[in-house]
Design a protein around this ligand. Structure first.
Ligand SMILES: Nc1ncnc2c1ncn2[C@@H]1O[C@H](COP(=O)(O)OP(=O)(O)OP(=O)(O)O)[C@@H](O)[C@H]1O
Length: 297
């Protein structure tokens, strides 16, 4: 049981939007997809869900290539939040449409969750607020009975209480049903507490794929002050400067080793403090402009 995304590319108007994206998506995992605006996240989702025909590559779902076994895509749930057709439909009508497409759609659970979220089946989709629309879409995903769910920007513009409700729904679904989620977001703090794995998209390609537990074991971030203004070679060769506050250098090391540790200590730092590592740090290092280092107050 897994999804393997294999060399997925999409070209639109002769422009390559995503380029040979490959990764494995295991059951029960929550994967974050991050990238700067226009990096290709929505295009990757649309191509995975077959809303766009892929230019190259395929998906293998539970061992079967979707090109030979297209019914396997019923295991994958995705609502295109930008292009959907149901503005004038009631929530009950929309659910009926989804029930046709997903054989394991659970109508009883849908009614139960709708009531729990104080939503009425008779309301029209267009009458819902942004947060209610996202909650409704997540409810559809949960009752669709699909083991793999894609959520595009589920936290976008939502207040903290709605975000917390969404996170709670996702976490309980993973715990109770082993549902797996692939979530794109610019809200890196929210992803930090939620995800097991993070994919970084840049220049059409997947530039990093981290298991967050491994990352926290391998990578380190330090605040360093050295006796002289010369930055030691080990910082330049093995580290990446994240921020500079006066004499304090905030430096990220992708693979922190004993040799790097010895190299730093040999430079007799006046201060060497390990700091908690966040997805935001890795985002800055992997996806930011390498020449632009943030200068603090
Ligand atoms: N149908 C389309 N026709 C032409 N260009 C497109 C189309 N869809 C996407 N693009 C282009 O592909 C690039 C990636 O767009 P996409 O929406 O996938 O990015 P994204 O990572 O989801 O961005 P954001 O974080 O801003 O939502 C953009 O430059 C966009 O203009």
């Amino acid at each position: 049981m897994s999804i393997q995304v294999k060399g997925l590319s999409k070209q639109i108007n002769r422009q390559l939007i995503i380029d040979k994206i490959s990764f494995d998506w295991q059951p029960g995992r929550i994967i974050g997809l991050v990238g700067r605006n226009g990096a290709g996240k929505t295009t990757l989702f649309r191509t995975m869900a077959d809303h766009y025909l892929s230019t190259t590559g395929t998906l293998v779902i539970d061992g079967q290539d979707v090109k030979q076994a297209p019914q396997q895509r019923q295991q994958l749930f995705y609502i295109d939040t930008q292009n959907n057709f149901f503005n004038n439909q009631t929530l009950a009508q929309i659910a009926a449409v989804y029930a046709l497409g997903y054989p394991a759609f659970d109508q009883d659970r849908f009614q139960h969750l709708l009531t729990a979220e104080s939503l009425a089946g008779t309301s029209r989709y267009r009458q819902l607020s942004k947060g209610q629309r996202m909650l409704f879409q997540i409810l559809l995903a949960l009752v669709s009975g699909t083991p793999y769910v894609i959520l595009d920007e589920p936290f976008d513009g939502l207040d903290i209480l709605v975000r917390e409700r969404i996170v709670a729904r996702i976490v309980s679904e993973v715990a109770e049903r082993q549902t797996s989620f692939l979530i794109s977001s610019h809200n890196l703090e929210e992803l930090d507490g939620l995800c097991d794995q993070v994919l970084f998209l840049k220049d059409q390609q997947l530039v990093a794929n981290y298991d967050l537990e491994d990352l926290r074991e391998q990578a380190r971030k330090f605040q360093l002050v050295f006796p002289s203004k010369t930055v030691p070679a080990v910082v330049k060769t093995d580290g990446q400067l994240v921020k500079v506050y006066g004499r304090v250098l905030e430096v990220y090391f992708d693979h922190y080793t004993d040799a790097i540790d010895a190299g730093l200590k040999a430079a007799h730092p006046v201060m060497m403090t390990a700091c908690p590592l966040t997805i935001t740090d890795v985002f800055r290092v992997k996806l930011g402009d390498p020449r632009a280092v943030m200068v603090g107050d």
